[in-house]
Each structure stands twice: as structure tokens, then as C-alpha cells.
Design a protein. Structure first.
Length: 668
């Protein structure tokens, strides 16, 4: 015998709890992975995440590239200069002549991107030129081996004594490209920083640098990325300057950089600072850096902690979306988050910040397949569990058992196929049951037709005979009794027929004015009220500009109001008024009938709406006990309610509330 099957609600709760638990586990694992990948991407490596960050950064860099700064100028030691002067390195007298010519033009400042670390003839003349009216910034470089007693690459004393010093290093990223530099290295500012802001104090001296190098220390801080330039900075040939062919106005009040651009001199770097330029000389990097500093286009890494917090928040939000949505919507959420994350990082470059979204994008790419795998696994487990329950309740089929494959996936698919067959059989059983119910419904309709036609017809005939021969051979008392009993039987038949139809027939809701339905019900009862000396007070519309529109079955609602009025006519004292009210009540309308009869005891106010209940003191000839049951059925079918209350001046007040829209149109 099969064991007990767990209720469906318990299975649903168990599945929901397991899904929530797995979501928390997956969220925790992915957040840890995010932190690990983000930390690893900060280290020098060639990992995929770093390359993704670099690719996105270069896209944003090109989008936010600015024009070259006009006040920055390069005096280039180019191929023409080498052809005119001779092979490199030049004699100090030649370099001094170049610097003298530039000083004579009146530049704002001069940066020399030439290492002058060895003594030579003419150092005094070059030192004198460097001491000219425009400040000259000389380079400091780090030696290849800065450990132990290595000496710094400093200008010779005759040239660099008393001159501003600056480092000329750039940082090379893991892909071999230059995108930025440290504002301070070895205690010295970057040359571009010194040229752009000459009034900034120098944080260290040459002696301090020598001491730091001998101690094996070369500190770096203030890493910034350089904003791209749409085109190279203007250049003039050093040979043309020395020949006097460059007008003084070209260099006047400009920041001038002197550096080598000729092919074969070795000072060439791969960079993305110039769109379309794979490699550029170092002096052009310095010029681009000066322009970026003057324009405020330096790009800094966003604070590490803030980036991690934002990335974790975005990841958790996407995981929540995956938990609460269908797979297709979840995939769209992941894709949208990845696109927006990449776009936000590119946009942030324009504001001077780099968000490095590679770690977040990588983990978001893992989130969807991992969660989908868990969903598919849970669905598979659930289907197999349901298949097991169906198999437990079924008669074993040995032929099927023998055909089951050994391979696990094929075995599960076979079990699911068997479960599908059982579900098909169950559907057939349900279809047969539904057919039986429909047959019963047809039998019920036939019974109603019998009651409405075959049972009513004899009573109508009796009444017709009595009314045509009131003075016939029948005794007057007997005739009156026959008429009374016939009317009672007819009333019973009508009440039963109306109640049965109200319970079974489909609703036909359409917009109707409840005020019109109430007036029609009052007109239907007017003759009886007039004969009994009673007056029915019909309702007025809710106001002068609108009607009491309600989607309802007009026939059922009208009949319910007639039943309420008929019930009031039975108990109202002669000469009194029966009130028929209509008012707005929340999301629906309240129709009320008020009489001044004996009222309804509190203990009986729920039972008066039960079929056949007429009260302990009711007159046997007063009715069949179906009128208020019909009203309650109409209210229930429309999603409304009916209540029995005390009238404001004694008697009873029956209130029928109907919503603006029926909640159900199915037979009750």
C-alpha cells in the first residue's frame, strides 16, 4: 500500500524555503567571488577582468577625448634636426643654443625631457641658458636597479643646480600600454604637474632622493589617468628653432617641452591617449599630460570601498530580480544591469572617475547560469518527486519497469514520461466526471421546466374556472379555499422556480441604472400596496447630474427588490409608508426597503435569509419562506451582501449592497 502523500501546500512551502535558502547561499558565494575578483584585478596581472576593464576604459577615453591645449608646444628633436645637426647625442653647446633660442622667445616655462646625467664640455653654457627668464624643469629618472648603492639619474650639478626637478616616469599597465602616471615618485612631482602648476612646492630635494634610493626606497603616490587628446600637440622642429625660422610669437607665453621624436632614439611608448596612435614619443605623453592637467581632465580611480559596496548592491539587486521573475525576464535584468554598468563606467570617465566594472560584469555573467542551473535542478527534483507520488499510487507495470534505462538522465525522463501518461489518464477521468455533472445539470433544467410548466398549469386552470363562475355550483367558502390554496401553491412554485434559477443560471451583467430598477419594482407592487392602503416611496437618483450605474443582472436585481417590497407589504400596518432607498456606499450601491411592521428580532436576522425559514410565529399562509432566500442568493452571485437591520422609526430595514462590478458570473 502506498504511503501518505504530503499535502500540496506543504510541498509548496518546502520548495519556497529551499529556493530562498539556495538564493542566500548563491548570493553569499557570488559576493565573495566579487570581492576576490575585484581584489585580484588591482594586482599586476594579465587576467581577463583587467583586460575587460582596460577595453572599457579605452572606449570611454576615446569618447571623452578633448582638443589639444594651444598653450602647450613641443620643440621636437626630429629626423630633420638630426639631419641638420648630426647624430645623437648632441654636443652640449648645440643643446645650449636650442635652449637660448627658446628663452629668447619668452615662453612661460620650459620642460626638458632629456637626461643630462653625465658631465660634458659646455655644461656651464647649458646651465646658464637654463637659468634664463623662463623657469626650466629638468628630469629625474629612476635607475634600472634602485637597490643598494645605486645612484639616481640626476642632472649634473653645473646644469641642474638650483633648477626645479621632476620625474619623467609613466606607469605601464599589464597590457603594455601607458594610460597614466604617479603625481609623485621618489619624492619628486611629475614633470607635467611641475609645468602645469609651477607654484606648487617641491616635496623633496635631490639629496633626499639620493638617500631614498640608497635605502632601496622609491615611493610612488597619487596615481592618475590622463585624459585623451583628439590630436597631437603642436610641434616645431628643433633645427628650425635654432635657424631662427620659428617666429618668437609661436613660443611666447607657452609651456614648451623639448624632447626627442626622431625614429630610432628609443623614447617610444604604446598608449591610448591619442586615438589612432599606437606608439608616441615620451615628450608627447608629457605634453598630453600637461594639457589634461590644465583642462582638469585627469581621471582618478573611484574609492575602492565605495566601488565594492556599489558592485555588491547591484549584484544583490540583480539576484533578487532573478529570484522573483521568470527566466526570460531574469536574463533581461542581467543583460540590462551589465549594459548599464558598462555605460555608467564609461560615462563616469567624463566626470573624472574610473569605476573599473570588470569584476561586477564577470560575476553578473556567472549569476544567471548558476541560478538557472539551480532552478532547473529544483524543477527536476520536484518533477521526479511528483512522479514518485504518482507511481506510489499506481499499480506497478512490470513491462515499464523492465524497459527503464540505466543512465540517470534517461531514467528520469522515463519516469517523467510515465507521470505524464498518468496525468493524461487523470484528465480523461476528470473529463468523464465533468460530463456526468453536465448531464446532471441538464436533468435539473428539465425539472425546472416541469415545475414551471406542468405544475403551474393546473393551478392556473383552477383559478380561471373559479374566476369565470364565481356563482356556480361550488360553495362560496369552498371556492374561496380552493382559490387560496391554489394561489399558495402557485406562490410556492414561483418562489422555488425563481430561487433555482437564481442559483443556476449564468449572470448576464450589463450596465443598469439602479434607480430605474427600483422604480420598476415599485410599479410592479403598486396595485397590491394601493389595495392594502399602503404607499411606496420610490428613490430619487443620487444627485441631479448622475445615475446609479451598476453592472448587474437586471432581471435578478429587479426580482430581488420585488421580493423585499412584497415582504414589507405583508407586515406593514395599513396607512403606513414603505421606503425604497438608494445611496452610494463605498465601491457599490445600497438598496434598502424599510417598513413599520413588527421588525425582526436580533436572533433571527441571520436565519431570515435561509430557504424555507418563516419564523416561529409566522402565519402558515403568509408565504413560502423563499423570498428573502432569493435576495440573499442574488447578493451572493453579484459579490454583494444583504443585511437585516432595525428601521429608523421601528419595523425592519433590509439593505441589499451590490458592487459596481460583479465579482463572479458563475453559477453558485
Amino acid at each position: 500500500m502506498a504511503g501518505p502523500v504530503a499535502p500540496a501546500s506543504a510541498a509548496v512551502r518546502s520548495g519556497t524555503s529551499r529556493a530562498a535558502f539556495e538564493w542566500w547561499v548563491l548570493a553569499t558565494v557570488l559576493v565573495v567571488v566579487l570581492l576576490a575578483v575585484a581584489h585580484a584585478s588591482r594586482q599586476p596581472s594579465r587576467q581577463l577582468v583587467s583586460r575587460v576593464d582596460a577595453a572599457l576604459y579605452d572606449i570611454g577615453l576615446a569618447l571623452w577625448a578633448g582638443p589639444p591645449r594651444d598653450e602647450v608646444m613641443i620643440v621636437a628633436i626630429d629626423d630633420d634636426s638630426l639631419a641638420q645637426v648630426g647624430r645623437w647625442p648632441w654636443r652640449r653647446a648645440v643643446t645650449a643654443l636650442l635652449l637660448e633660442q627658446i628663452q629668447a622667445a619668452g615662453p612661460r616655462s620650459i620642460g626638458v625631457d632629456l637626461l643630462l646625467t653625465e658631465q660634458a664640455v659646455g655644461d656651464e653654457r647649458l646651465g646658464a641658458a637654463a637659468a634664463g627668464p623662463a623657469p626650466v624643469v629638468l628630469p629625474v629618472a629612476r635607475p634600472a636597479d634602485s637597490q643598494g648603492s645605486a645612484q639616481p639619474l640626476l642632472p649634473v650639478q653645473a646644469i641642474g643646480g638650483g633648477r626645479p626637478l621632476a620625474h619623467v616616469e609613466f606607469r605601464t599597465d599589464v597590457d603594455g600600454l601607458i594610460r597614466g602616471l604617479y603625481l609623485n615618485e621618489g619624492g619628486f612631482p611629475a614633470m607635467s604637474l611641475r609645468l602645469a602648476f609651477p607654484d606648487r612646492p617641491q616635496p623633496a630635494t635631490a639629496d633626499a632622493l639620493v638617500g631614498a634610493l640608497r635605502a632601496g626606497d622609491w615611493p610612488r603616490d597619487g596615481y592618475v589617468r590622463i585624459g585623451a587628446t583628439k590630436a597631437p600637440v603642436r610641434q616645431v622642429s628643433a633645427a628650425a628653432v635654432m635657424r631662427g625660422e620659428v617666429p618668437a610669437a609661436t613660443l611666447r607665453d607657452r609651456i614648451v617641452l623639448i624632447g626627442a621624436t626622431a625614429r630610432g632614439l628609443g623614447d617610444v611608448h604604446a598608449t591610448t591617449l591619442y586615438p589612432g596612435h599606437a606608439t608616441v614619443p615620451g615628450v608627447e605623453l608629457h605634453a598630453a599630460s600637461v594639457g589634461a592637467m590644465l583642462d582638469g581632465r585627469l581621471i582618478r580611480d573611484a574609492p575602492y570601498g565605495m566601488r565594492l559596496a556599489v558592485s555588491a548592491a547591484v549584484l544583490l539587486a540583480v539576484l533578487l530580480a532573478l529570484y522573483a521573475t521568470e527566466p526570460r525576464t531574469g536574463l533581461a535584468c542581467v543583460a540590462t544591469a551589465m549594459v548599464l554598468g558598462a555605460a555608467a563606467s564609461v560615462a563616469a570617465i567624463g566626470a573624472g572617475w574610473w569605476l573599473a566594472p570588470g569584476a561586477l560584469l564577470a560575476v553578473l555573467g556567472l549569476a544567471f547560469p548558476l541560478w538557472s542551473w539551480r532552478r532547473l535542478h529544483a524543477a527536476s527534483v520536484g518533477l521526479i518527486a511528483q512522479a514518485s507520488r504518482l507511481e506510489a499510487d499506481a499499480v506497478p507495470d512490470r513491462a515499464v519497469e523492465q524497459r527503464r534505462p540505466i543512465e540517470p538522465i534517461a531514467h528520469r525522463l522515463q519516469r517523467l514520461e510515465n507521470a505524464a501518461e498518468r496525468i493524461t489518464e487523470l484528465n480523461r477521468t476528470l473529463a468523464d466526471a465533468l460530463s456526468t455533472l453536465q448531464s446532471a445539470q441538464r436533468d435539473r433544467e428539465q425539472m425546472l421546466r416541469f415545475l414551471s410548466h406542468d405544475l403551474r398549469s393546473p393551478h392556473l386552470s383552477i383559478l380561471g374556472l373559479i374566476e369565470r363562475s364565481p356563482d356556480g355550483p361550488l360553495d362560496a367558502g369552498a371556492a374561496g379555499e380552493i382559490g387560496r390554496q391554489s394561489r399558495r401553491a402557485l406562490e410556492l412554485t414561483d418562489g422555488f422556480m425563481h430561487l433555482a434559477r437564481a442559483e443556476s443560471q449564468p449572470l448576464r451583467p450589463e450596465p443598469h441604472d439602479l434607480a430605474d430598477l427600483a422604480i420598476e419594482a415599485a410599479d410592479a407592487c403598486w396595485a397590491r400596496a394601493h389595495a392594502a392602503g399602503l404607499r411606496i416611496e420610490s428613490p430619487a437618483p443620487p444627485d441631479e447630474t448622475s445615475v446609479a450605474l451598476c453592472r448587474c443582472d437586471a432581471g435578478l436585481v429587479r426580482r430581488a427588490l420585488v421580493n423585499l417590497l412584497d415582504n414589507a407589504l405583508r407586515v406593514a400596518p395599513a396607512g403606513s409608508t414603505i421606503g425604497l432607498g438608494l445611496e452610494r456606499d463605498g465601491a457599490g450601491w445600497s438598496l434598502s426597503v424599510t417598513d413599520r411592521g413588527p421588525g425582526i428580532p436580533v436572533a433571527d436576522r441571520e436565519r431570515v435569509f435561509e430557504p424555507w425559514w418563516r419564523g416561529p410565529k409566522a402565519d402558515p399562509s403568509s408565504g413560502a419562506g423563499l423570498g428573502l432566500a432569493f435576495v440573499a442568493t442574488v447578493a451572493e452571485r453579484h459579490g454583494g451582501r444583504v443585511r437585516a437591520l432595525d428601521g429608523p422609526e421601528g419595523g425592519a430595514r433590509i439593505v441589499l449592497w451590490l458592487p459596481d462590478e460583479p465579482e463572479s458570473a458563475q453559477p453558485g
